[in-house]
Design a protein around this ligand. Structure first.
Ligand code: AMX
Length: 432
């Protein structure tokens, strides 16, 4: 396998770099931890290392050092005006270099070989009550795949530590190959009367998802590729990435780790924000009977703020400019649905809300984030069931977090074990 050969070649160099840092510079202080951070969700504490992505406060996410516009431009594409192959992004995340077309297609070929989902997983999903949340179904399906773990089997048989990454890579490819099939199955089970659509062996991973969803507009294939690329990774401290990393640090396999991550993504503070953005925009349209004027939007935004609520889709914990993931979606919408009334409303929001938030004076970043537009794009193509959006987020997020687990095994990262203290100990600290 091309990918495995390339990883074999580069892993020793990375091992040396991290080993040298730990052995020769182990006492170097990287950060100090403040009381407010201990009591405030460990916000900003520098305590994780990943080379796969980094969030720059001004340029947004960089995948392997490259900004979103660079990634979208340089990854191989099915045609000049199409969105890139997701397989190419997975190569970039895992290997660190932009792939050639052959390398990108080699990942797509691996995925096609591995996308068969065992019947017992489908049967399990069909057995859940019909009102089960799609994220519950998604996490359960991933866990049900666990008996397939190559890592768990090889670990039981006994293998050298330096070999751990190899079965982890197998698991990562097997899992990511199956996720679009599982996600589309859940969609059709819940919302389309169980009328399932089989994968098309001629389509790439992103396009196949669009096909299995049953969306007829072929541009939805491009949107799917774009969506998965944009949602793939966002450093290692967010809940889904960190959960995957933490659980797998116990040498749990990828199915246990990723299923747990999806339980975290299901939380309203993580994966559900895009739904709230959509509801807010729809609320504006309902209030004014269609696309609002700038003045109406300003009033609605102030009403939201004055009632003590946040404006969904605006602000960010790290970013200090418009999220480039928002920009990429905005450009897509401008090209493919300029007249769509929900997009028109989102556009008015973009023109009005940053000034309102600046005037309000609280948010450190008044600009839109990734979630502000993603629901709008789905609505245009008829995927209106907003409970499902988090499942798509999860399919995309799998790319980054599984790449990270392969590297954590390759670099021999140990089990995570931060130290906790008691409230009394914190109080002692302030007495000096
Ligand atoms: N509307 C109103 N007030 C906002 C705001 C917004 N969009 N964004 C931030 N603020 C407020 C905060 O609530 C906070 O108020 P407080 O001092 O009374 O607690 C103050 O501004 C300072 O917050 P901050 O440091 O700028 O942001 P943060 O790091 O605490 O929070 C975030 C970041 C995204 C949770 C926040 O901007 C927010 O709630 N935005 C709206 C919800 C949203 O879009 N969520 C999706 C985020 C994208 C993602 O990561 N998936």
């Amino acid at each position: 396998m091309l990918l495995k050969e390339r990883l074999e070649a580069i892993i020793p160099g990375w091992r040396d770099r991290q080993r040298t840092l730990a052995k020769q510079h182990g006492d170097v202080v990287i950060d100090q931890v403040h009381m407010r951070q201990i009591l405030g969700g460990m916000r900003g504490v520098k305590s994780l290392v990943t080379d796969i992505s980094y969030v720059d406060p001004y340029e947004g996410i960089r995948f392997r050092g490259h900004t979103i516009p660079e990634v979208l431009e340089k990854l191989p594409k099915p045609s000049e005006d199409a969105m890139p192959y997701v397989g190419g992004l997975y190569w970039l995340l895992l290997v660190g270099d932009f792939p050639t077309e052959e390398e990108a297609l080699s990942i797509e070929a691996e995925w096609k070989k591995r996308n068969q989902v065992p019947q017992h997983v489908f049967d399990l999903l069909k057995g859940f009550p019909s009102d089960t949340h799609p994220m519950t179904l998604f996490a359960a399906a991933v866990l049900a795949l666990q008996p397939e773990s190559v890592f768990a089997k090889r670990y039981k048989e006994g293998m050298k530590k330096t070999e751990y990454w190899e079965p982890m890579l197998e698991d990562a490819l097997n899992l990511t190959a199956k996720l679009p099939v599982i996600a589309a199955f859940i969609y059709r089970l819940k919302y389309k009367g169980g009328d399932f659509i089989a994968p098309d062996p001629d389509l790439d991973w992103g396009a196949n998802f669009a096909h299995m969803m049953g969306v007829e507009n072929l541009k939805y294939r491009d949107l799917s590729r774009l969506y998965f690329i944009l949602h793939s990774d966002h450093e290692s401290g967010n809940v889904s990435a960190h959960t995957t990393y933490l659980v797998s640090s116990a040498l749990s396999d990828i199915y246990y780790s990723f299923s747990a991550a999806m339980d975290g993504l299901a939380g309203p503070l993580h994966g559900l924000a895009n739904q709230n953005c959509l509801y807010w925009l729809q609320g504006v349209m309902n209030a004014f009977g269609g696309v609002p004027t700038h003045e109406q939007m300003r009033k609605y935004a102030w009403d939201t703020l004055n009632s003590g609520q946040v404006i969904p889709g605006y602000g960010h914990a790290v970013l200090r400019r418009t999220d480039p993931r928002y920009k990429a979606q905005y450009e897509f919408a401008l090209k493919h649905m300029p007249e769509f009334d929900l997009f028109q409303t989102a556009k008015v929001a973009y023109e009005v809300i940053p000034d309102v938030l600046k005037e309000h004076g609280k948010a450190k970043n008044p600009w839109p984030n990734v979630d502000a537009l993603s629901g709008t794009l789905q609505q245009y193509y008829g995927v209106t069931e907003s409970d499902f959006y988090t499942v798509m987020f999860g399919v995309g997020r799998a790319l980054g977090v599984t790449a990270n687990t392969v590297w954590a095994r390759a670099l021999g990262h140990p089990i995570e074990r931060p130290k906790s203290v008691t409230t009394a100990m914190l109080e002692e600290e302030i007495k000096g």
